[in-house]
Design a protein around this ligand. Structure first.
Ligand code: SAM
Length: 224
């Protein structure tokens, strides 16, 4: 059994129907611009080297590539067909010219050190909502090798209120998504996120509601 559906390769037929946009959760324009505007509001500058963790097929990437200085967008994802769909189908030639192919890495264990870059800011939209909690720790361990003090990772989660049992399924009022403790889509208590990264060189803070249409909340990690 696989931990989520993202190991599946998109067929040419599905790509013709733009199925890759649905595969990453739809809301193509809405969540694309939402994540871009959020990052700008929280300090992203065109001169920064920016990492999109679980970048998928350029839902947000196309906005970031357009706005960042040439070569400053980097993406990592486990699904090669999604990365390819994003590059081939969602970027104009002008945007392709700003994004070296070597800035897109296919990897399922967050080995971002392979880029040989020190990132200032990183983002993981709807990635840890599809993964068991151990992957958050793995990602932060790997990202610590590719960042310096003060770097920031923003990541979204379905959060279980502290006064609810996280062992049951949970319906999220905003968007009506039902999440689970042991299967995709996952929810976690914020206290559990916090405990899971003990001993790592990251501080954690709940940013909270950022108007995600499916009710995912934003969490900020700051490199110590
Ligand atoms: C819901 S999609 C979101 C994609 C993108 N962040 C966006 O906002 O459009 C989740 C993405 O996480 C990727 N992903 C899931 N597990 C991963 C892992 N272990 N390593 C790298 N990418 C992963 C999937 O392949 C998929 O592209």
């Amino acid at each position: 059994m696989s931990i989520n559906d993202y190991h599946k390769k998109l067929t040419d037929e599905k790509l013709e129907g733009n199925e890759h946009r649905n595969f990453v959760g739809s809301y193509w324009d809405e969540i694309g611009s939402l994540q871009f505007n959020f990052m700008k509001d929280f300090g992203l500058k065109p001169s920064m080297q920016f990492l999109d963790v679980g970048c998928g097929c350029m839902r947000g990437g196309r906005f970031f590539v357009s706005w960042l200085d040439e070569g400053n967008y980097f993406g990592i994802d486990m699904n090669e067909s999604l990365i390819k769909a994003g590059y081939d189908r969602e970027l104009s030639q002008e945007l392709k010219d700003k994004l070296p192919v070597k800035n897109l890495l296919i990897d399922d264990l967050f080995r971002v050190n392979k880029f040989n870059v020190k990132f200032s800011m990183a983002l993981a939209i709807s990635v840890f909502t599809h993964l068991p909690l151990a992957y958050l720790r793995l990602c932060l361990i790997e990202l610590a090798r590719a960042t310096e003090e003060g770097a920031v990772l923003f990541a979204t989660f379905f959060i279980c209120p502290e006064d609810r049992s996280e062992d049951d399924s949970l319906m999220h009022e905003q968007g009506g998504v039902i999440t689970f403790p042991f299967s995709d889509p996952y929810h976690f208590k914020f206290s559990k996120l916090s405990n899971s990264i003990k001993g790592l060189p990251w501080d954690i803070e709940l940013v909270g509601d950022w108007k995600h249409p499916r009710g995912q909340l934003m969490v900020r990690f700051v490199r110590k």
